[in-house]
Design a binder for this molecule. Sequence first.
Ligand code: AMP
Ligand code: GLY
Length: 422
Amino acid sequence: MRVLLVGNGGREHAIAWKLKQSKNIEKLFIAPGNPGTAMLGANVAIDVNDIDGLVNFAVQNKVGLAIIGPEDPLAAGAVDAFEKAGIKAFGPSKAAAELEADKVFAKEIMRSMSIPTAESRTFTKFSDAKAYIASRDEAVVIKAAGLAKGKGVYVCDEPSDGIIAAEKIMVDKIFGEAGAKIIVEEKLLGEEASILAFVDGRNIYVMETSQDHKPIGDGDTGPNTGGMGAYCPAPVVTEKLMDQIIREILVPTVEGMNRSGKNFKGVLYAGLMLTPGGPRVLEYNVRFGDPETQPILMRMKSDLLEVILAVCDGKLDDVTIKWDKRPSVCVVISAGGYPGEYINGKVITGLDEAAKMEDVMVFHAGTAEKDGNIVTNGGRVLGVTAIGDDIKSAQAKAYAACEKIKFEGAYYRKDIANKAIK
Ligand code: AMP
Ligand code: GLY
């Protein structure tokens, strides 16, 4: 089968790596891809948001399946466009992608299905939001309702900081239209877990659990990022807790989407806070998480293409997925300055040496090729991922590989997976 994978992050490098192990891949195209995916298939210079360009390319090149990695093209209707052209596409429709693209819609689904989540209010006017936040004498969480590359959430221990965040989003419009509406919600306490499941509109297949590390700094300090590292599985999610998550969260979410006429297919990602009162949804994503996908796919033994086709065909009940028992850890190396301003084009060395290590994969994210060198080309540059007999040895291998990789300004957290070890 000829497959077009859309995206250029660490997630897409990991998906391409896994797809490439399938016997049924005749040809793999990645649009636009990165130097990591170029080692696995043919990169095609089409932007992820150029949906017409992607569909035309797929038609001309007899692509049988399109896999959409990132949220922006999903929210813009990429899956609908491929299907209209008669091409199978993996991911939710534009309507179903609202579960991620509109946090107000997500809250409505949760409310209608009694899915546990933080108490919240929605605002479309800054003055109203300001008055409400000022009236609260406790920590608040301020969220832009639309897509903001994982940076649209401010956890504020002081209401005054909440007002500043709301002003940045609504008045200064730092996320553009994505900040036209905001959600103000209570701060939840607990450990976080990412639950990713394949969903074919009806059946749900939960993948191995993982935990992301959102803030830039060690000890979860500093501003949020797209994710600075992840491990798989998340030991806090016991079997009993998983049963509860499936019953109280995943099943009603899929059911709620069906009831609202937005049948969900693809990867449903529930970002949870495991509070003393039980698991609560922080957010939904409608795609593979990044970086969670790197450690998750490193452990997947089954044929990813088969699973994806089963999702597209509504036959997920025919599939079982085998997992490597060994845990995995991914450490993201980012550009100095990220998640704020940073400079691209720094030459990266040590990649080959790190990639040669046993049980290590260096997934490319923000990289580019220039004059025969691999250079930095984004905030999150690499996802250094390792698998080991236990989480400690996976962590040690990932960090040993990180130490081999050098570029000016390179930064990574030193405590990824400590939570799973303590
Ligand atoms: P989100 O993009 O909605 O998952 O939010 C990004 C991060 O902000 C989450 O991974 C949490 O660390 C944090 N966060 C979001 N909502 C809350 C909340 N209600 N209480 C505490 N932390 C939160
Ligand atoms: N790791 C969080 C995300 O993919 O949005």
